[in-house]
Write a protein that binds this ligand. Structure first.
Ligand code: 13P
Length: 301
């Protein structure tokens, strides 16, 4: 059954000249049929460069929107249009305007986990791969960063700049506690701890490396260590094991599951391609403004 779905997806991909992009948190079956699996920055780069006519985006809505902003002439399909991001939903145009009014002249950095409308009123975007680079680049000792408070705290510590933020957080990363990491450390004393910057500060302080999901792949490849505790969404361990089969990866907590990333499965990918359904569109005025923030980031990193 799964074999025939995979075959039909393969045939439709050719017929539609489509590319399948998948985030590192997608279920294994979806990662396995994707043309490219990566983090937010890698996926944005692929979406900008592809010469396919159709992008099937297996991730969450802000990622598919970013692909559409970068490649407006392409059809971008999301297999499940209800795959949102609660962190992105924690910022709004009104909240950013309020922060701007309270802090005149202070540049606004929008994490890529935001709606297109928020990116459109920001000065620059960033992802978990380039947040420090972006904040250090800005000629200001003070920045507004939305929406993730854990990441804001990490950026403040790394850059020494004043970081004004909202109270957003990722509910999935918020479920990883220092006790989980400590327990895994007890079980695997030689393992290195890799943490996503959306984790709680107490988890980040236990990490050997704090990096994006793509950064975790590079770190684990280059590291002499052969065991790693992964403090991010649990499927990341699958992505790492697939890419680096000789090493061992232990999710810090089995409860760190992003329900939105799990909404995509092979049958929804097939239906999206067969019926060209769930097309992602961004109003042109918003798209053009959001593009400026995203391109500034891409030029930098
Ligand atoms: P990455 O860009 O590191 O893959 O992070 C994406 C994300 O949404 C984390 O919650």
């Amino acid at each position: 059954m799964a074999g025939s779905i995979r075959n039909e997806i393969g045939e439709l991909k050719k017929k539609r000249n489509a590319v399948i992009l998948a985030h590192n948190y997608q279920i294994p079956e979806v990662q396995d049929i994707a043309d490219y699996v990566g983090d937010s920055l890698g996926l944005a780069r692929k979406a900008a460069k592809t010469d396919a006519d159709v992008i099937v985006f297996c991730g969450v809505m802000f990622m598919a929107e970013t692909a559409k902003i970068l490649s407006p002439e392409k059809k971008v399909l999301i297999p499940d249009p209800h795959a949102g991001c609660p962190l992105a939903a924690m910022s709004s145009v009104q909240a950013v305007r309020k922060l701007r009014n309270e802090n005149p002249g202070v540049p606004v950095v929008a994490y890529v986990n935001t709606d297109a409308e928020v990116k459109a009123i920001a000065d620059i975007c960033c992802t978990s791969s380039n947040m420090e680079e972006v904040v250090n680049f800005l000629d200001s000792g003070k920045v507004i960063f939305v929406p993730d408070r854990n990441m804001a705290d990490y950026i403040r510590k790394r850059t020494g700049k004043q970081v004004i933020t909202a109270a957003g957080y990722c509910p999935t990363h918020q479920k990883i506690f220092p006790e989980h990491v400590a327990m895994q450390k007890k079980l695997h004393p030689g393992a290195k701890v890799l943490a996503h910057p959306e984790c709680l500060p107490a988890v980040i302080s236990m990490a050997d490396a704090v990096t994006s999901t793509g950064g975790m792949v590079s770190y684990a490849k280059e590291s002499p260590a052969d065991e790693f505790i992964i403090a991010t969404e649990k499927e990341m361990a699958y992505r790492l094991s697939r890419e680096i089969p000789g090493k061992k990866f232990y999710p810090a907590s089995g409860t760190a599951v992003c329900p939105n990333m799990k909404k995509t499965d092979l049958s929804k990918v097939l239906l999206a391609l067969r019926e060209m359904r769930h097309e992602v569109n961004v109003p042109e005025d918003v798209r053009k403004k959001a593009l400026i923030s995203i391109e500034r980031m891409l030029e930098l990193s």
